[in-house]
Design a protein around this ligand. Structure first.
Ligand code: HEC
Ligand code: HEC
Ligand code: HEC
Ligand code: HEC
Ligand code: HEC
Length: 218
């Protein structure tokens, strides 16, 4: 009987099948990877901002304290963004004509806040409060990573419920002296856990309450 398909057509068919099954397998891998990927959790992803502000430059190199710009972080739930007049304390003299800073000058003269794009954003059903963490000696770096080395801010860790709970169930090894909260270069002493346990006792922190649902979902 004559061959229905030529030899060449047969190998094309095989090649085609291999490619299709490859695509299907690849698609499945991609789909499962995406669920926890950095793209969806926002980890490591920087964001366009109206002004190319650099934490590396302002905090790492110039050494400006976090509280100079995030001045409600010790007293309020939200750390907030600095108003343009905070930038203008320096930039009315320094780089005062730079094109990159035009939106800051505009916002200052119009008395309208700059709209920074939010990077860290918990779902609305989660309650978070900066001031209590600062007061208890949880450093900014514990949740935000090496901000002083970031030219553009990105989320350093995924804020899964797990991330919060891991610390809430055992905060001792994460605590530091309150005066070191804003110091991103702080090196923990070898007896940090013992220090943490002492602080837990002093401050009467009770881990068995800290993982109750109503703490974060109120
Ligand atoms: C000179 C002012 C200034 C100082 C000092 C400063 N910041 Fe910021 N920070 C900003 C501005 C402006 C933004 C918004 C633009 C951006 O994301 O870069 C911001 C954004 C952030 C964000 C991201 C907020 C979001 O949208 O999720 C974090 C986290 C942050 N700062 C932490 C810190 C920490 C930690 C320090 C101290 C080491 C610090 N900042 C010092 C001005 C400042
Ligand atoms: C305490 C002083 C001070 C404050 C406050 C300050 N800056 Fe700066 N900024 C500087 C200095 C110094 C430079 C570097 C100038 C140079 O390199 O010649 C700079 C540089 C910059 C640059 C140029 C790019 C870069 O990083 O080198 C931008 C953009 C900028 N600042 C934005 C801002 C914004 C936005 C704010 C407010 C959220 C702000 N700055 C607050 C001192 C300050
Ligand atoms: C225990 C973890 C944790 C610590 C410690 C922490 N942050 Fe945050 N930060 C968050 C979370 C979570 C958000 C997002 C809050 C939301 O979406 O409501 C956030 C948001 C921010 C924002 C965006 C504006 C806002 O308030 O939502 C800034 C700015 C910021 N943090 C700065 C800081 C600074 C400065 C420190 C150190 C004093 C600090 N954070 C310490 C977890 C933390
Ligand atoms: C590195 C440790 C650490 C991480 C991470 C952390 N927390 Fe906390 N949290 C603490 C400590 C310590 C306290 C203070 C407990 C106390 O004083 O009893 C606290 C207190 C709180 C409180 C106040 C509880 C009250 O009694 O009012 C809330 C709300 C909270 N955390 C939410 C969160 C959320 C949401 C996250 C994750 C996005 C988070 N925390 C991540 C250590 C942490
Ligand atoms: C220390 C803070 C904290 C505590 C305590 C906490 N949660 Fe959450 N929970 C979160 C955060 C943060 C998220 C958001 C996670 C995300 O965006 O992926 C979340 C998300 C959820 C979700 C949405 C689905 C999911 O898993 O992402 C459910 C349901 C939930 N929590 C139930 C609970 C229950 C039930 C308890 C008590 C056993 C509890 N949570 C205690 C912080 C907390």
């Amino acid at each position: 009987m004559a061959q229905v398909f030529s030899r060449a057509a047969d190998s094309y068919l095989r090649l085609g099948l291999i490619i299709i099954s490859g695509l299907v397998a690849g698609g499945l891998l991609l789909a499962s990877g995406l669920v926890r990927s950095d793209y969806l959790t926002g980890v490591g992803v920087a964001m366009e901002q109206p002004v190319p502000f650099s934490h590396k430059h302002h905090t790492g190199e110039l050494g400006i304290d976090c509280r100079y710009c995030h001045d409600q972080v010790e007293t309020a739930a939200s750390a907030g963004y600095p108003p343009s007049h905070t930038c203008m304390t320096c930039h009315s003299q320094l780089w005062s004509n730079a094109a990159a800073l035009a939106p800051v000058r505009q916002s200052f003269t119009d008395d309208r806040p700059l709209r920074w794009n939010r990077i860290h954003d918990l779902p609305d059903y989660v309650y978070f409060n900066h001031s209590i963490h600062v007061a208890r000696g949880v450093g900014c770096a514990e949740c935000h990573g090496p901000v002083d080395r970031m030219t553009r801010i990105y989320q350093a860790r995924p804020f899964y419920m797990r991330f919060c709970l891991d610390c809430h169930r055992d905060p001792a090894p994460h605590l530091r002296p309150p005066e070191q909260v804003f110091n991103l270069d702080w090196q923990p002493p070898p007896d940090r856990a013992a220090f943490g346990r002492r602080r837990m006792a002093e401050l009467d922190i009770q881990p068995r309450h800290l993982d109750s649902c109503y703490i974060c979902h109120r």
